[in-house]
Design a protein around this ligand. Structure first.
Ligand code: MG
Length: 385
């Protein structure tokens, strides 16, 4: 079997969802997805196509590593090039599974579990008050999720960096003032009250605190028994992250913006976090993330992948989650988008009562509905041309 074409399409969503289709001379096509690579990833995939056509699609790891090494001067350590290769890698696994007639997880050593626990990222926004946030949490819990995540930093400033009413802190300084600290703790307290004792929840502060502010917050959150506190300080200073981790019994999680095994090595080997959260359709793909999970496993560190992908990237992530012992929970970040179920040909939610059941069909096990996808086509992009 030979690769005959590599094509892309993109939809609006969490920034941009970028789909990758790999076609072969035997009529088998594979679908992949990558996120946070932007238009740069589209250009890179188009450029890489010349190196892929004519190759054996079964040589997934070798293709990935060869193209990465050929491009070390162009971002072969982190960033859009890795994300572009990731989208291709996911599609190649779908091709291989379909060609051999087995699900991807069977090619990766088989399943540790049949169902993948999903946690819902609650879409709380700057400007919401506690009553607004309670409604979001009530709606999410009514959908049957057994775990969720809430952004505690929404009172500081929005995801876009815009100021909101109640803004008390300097836009660049990382110190949480008393007002802001109190709001974050009260929000976590409300989440625990709504969740009860059985539902897990995590809290994210998007790297927006300095070390003393992060330690104070983590310690004050201890009574609420969080699943984790996410990225209390920026992840690039492993020593600072470890200082926070060692100060508290609240588990600390980080890694959504790191790439490849090499990006996670310091974090894992210095045990600067309790839990790691690579974004599988972004940071290196299925093979690489299994290796990252196994690196963490030797420190008994859980693996809880970050995920903002559509059902395609989510299901690809689920295949990895099924095949590693230390899987904890996989993110779901589409609560607010109603085409989650219609953008795949099965027309049903892959998540049921907070869990994804791995399909027993070959390859990824689900297919993109291109007609629906086109309705959300990203402006200025082409559609699998
Ligand atoms: Mg996060």
């Amino acid at each position: 079997m030979k690769i005959t074409a590599v094509k892309t399409a993109a939809t609006v969503g969490h920034g941009m969802h970028l789909w990758v289709k790999v076609e072969t001379d035997e009529g088998i096509t594979g679908i992949g997805e990558c996120v946070h690579g932007g238009v740069q990833a589209i250009a890179l995939i188009q450029q890489l196509q010349a190196k892929l056509v004519g190759r054996d699609p079964f040589q997934i790891d070798a293709i990935f590593e060869q193209l990465r090494r050929q491009n070390v001067f162009n971002g072969g350590f982190a960033g859009a090039l890795i994300t572009a290769l990731t989208g291709i890698e996911l599609a190649l696994w779908d091709v291989k599974g379909k060609a051999l007639g087995v699900p991807i997880y069977e090619l990766m050593g088989g399943k540790f579990r049949d169902e993948i626990k999903v946690y819902a990222d609650c879409q709380v926004e700057p400007g919401m008050d506690f009553d607004d946030i309670k409604r979001v949490l009530d709606d999410m819990l009514a959908r049957g999720f057994t775990a969720f995540k809430i952004d505690l930093d929404i009172f500081a400033y929005g995801h876009s960096g815009s100021e909101v009413e109640g803004f008390r802190k300097d836009r660049f300084n990382y110190t949480a003032g008393p007002w802001e600290h109190e709001r974050m703790v009260r929000l976590a307290e409300m989440a625990r009250e709504l969740a009860g004792k059985e539902i897990d929840f995590a809290a994210d502060v998007h790297t927006r605190l300095d070390v003393p502010s992060a330690i104070r917050l983590a310690k004050d959150l201890e009574p609420f028994h969080l699943m984790w506190l996410e990225e209390p300080v920026p992840p690039e200073n492993v020593d600072a992250m470890r200082e926070v981790k060692q100060s508290t019994t609240t588990p600390i999680c980080a890694g959504e913006n790191l790439y490849l095994r090499h990006g996670f090595r310091d974090l894992i080997e210095s045990q600067a976090v309790d839990i790691i959260m690579p974004d599988i359709p972004k940071c290196g793909g299925l093979s690489e993330c299994r290796k990252i999970a196994h690196m963490a496993e030797i420190y008994y560190m859980p693996f809880a992948p970050h995920n903002v992908s559509s059902p395609i990237g989510t299901m690809a992530s689920a295949h990895v989650c099924a095949t590693v012992p230390n899987f904890l929970a996989l993110e779901f970040h589409w609560l607010e988008r109603d085409y989650w179920s219609t953008i795949i040909t099965d027309k049903e939610d892959i998540i049921k009562n907070g869990f994804i059941k791995l399909p027993d069909r070959p390859g990824l096990g689900i297919e993109l509905d291109e007609t629906v996808g086109r309705e959300y086509q990203y402006p200025g992009t082409t559609w699998f041309e």
